[in-house]
Design a protein around this ligand. Sequence first.
Ligand code: WQD
Length: 335
Amino acid sequence: MFKNKTILITGGAGFIGSHTCVELLNGGHEIVVVDNFANSKPKAIDIVQQLSGKSLKFYEGDICDANLLERIFAENDISCVIHFAGYKAVAESVAQPLMYYHNNVYGTIVLLEVMKKHGCKSMIFSSSATVYGIPETAPITEEARLGVINPYGRTKLVIEDICRDLSASDSEWCFSLLRYFNPVGAHESGKLGEDPNGIPNNLMPVIMQAASGKIAELKVFGNDYPTRDGTCIRDYIHVVDLAKGHVAALNCMKQGVEAYNLGTGNGYSVLEMIEAFGRVNNVNIPYQIASRRQGDAAECWSEPRKAERELGWKAQLGLEQMCRDAWEFVQKNKK
Ligand code: WQD
């Protein structure tokens, strides 16, 4: 559908965005990237081009800047947008909700207005399993009740609702809402990986900080949940599988709005992640059991068969590969 058409990637220098750019370039797509480096680094753009052996067009800036977006659409024949740009730290969103609503929701509105003005009515949106809030059951299907428990999650749900309302008002719009579970891992080259600015909140980067001695120990947020070992269960998915899910969605865009769970369908507990990471990489991970983190669900893992049926996509890489690739990236990119 979009072969030889130009795809705009917002947030394309970020963790998932950069891996998706590699897969798009490998697949022969022409891409334009816009990123303000709020949670990424300029070197990611060079690495994406090195790894794919292809070039891309890059604009530095913010999706809230309508003039910049106008210039991008005036200078390029954009047929579809893959929209990653957004803040994603749950705790930060609780402390600074206005910053999250401005950047994530207002930024998306500006983007959609410029897209509409230029006749580009196709968007893949970087949504999240966080729109399910505290799931009632697991595994979670796309039909599960939506409900959010923090401002970050609410920005994702509001943007999904904006897409649904836009589609209802104009049937020409095509939206694919990709609900990520827990992205981890790194590109096999060890050159691209999770390289956030600031202190990470997610489990895998913290495991690696404890393994490398950057922190004295990992705090396990609660071991009294109703799960097989008392710690929370999540659906960790390799970032390269996630990236390939975006290419699959791009090749299957259709009018209307479709949500897809991008997960493996397997859940692993915090203690199982610690054990697997230590075993695969032959490292010790000092940890202690601490109190629960507010807002954590006991279990959150996907039923991913809709993406398999409709997109022809299924996660291929297992937990050991996730642990190996994540650690390889950290080892090769020590600061
Ligand atoms: C996983 C498990 C923690 C850190 C994610 C992302 C969030 C958003 C929503 C994208 C939980 C436990 C963690 C630590 C711990 N992503 N943990 N000690 O909670 O599923 O949220 O999805 O949309 O950005 O974080 O993932 O990696 O934060 O936590 O025990 O130091 O690890 O309690 O059970 P989560 P996570």
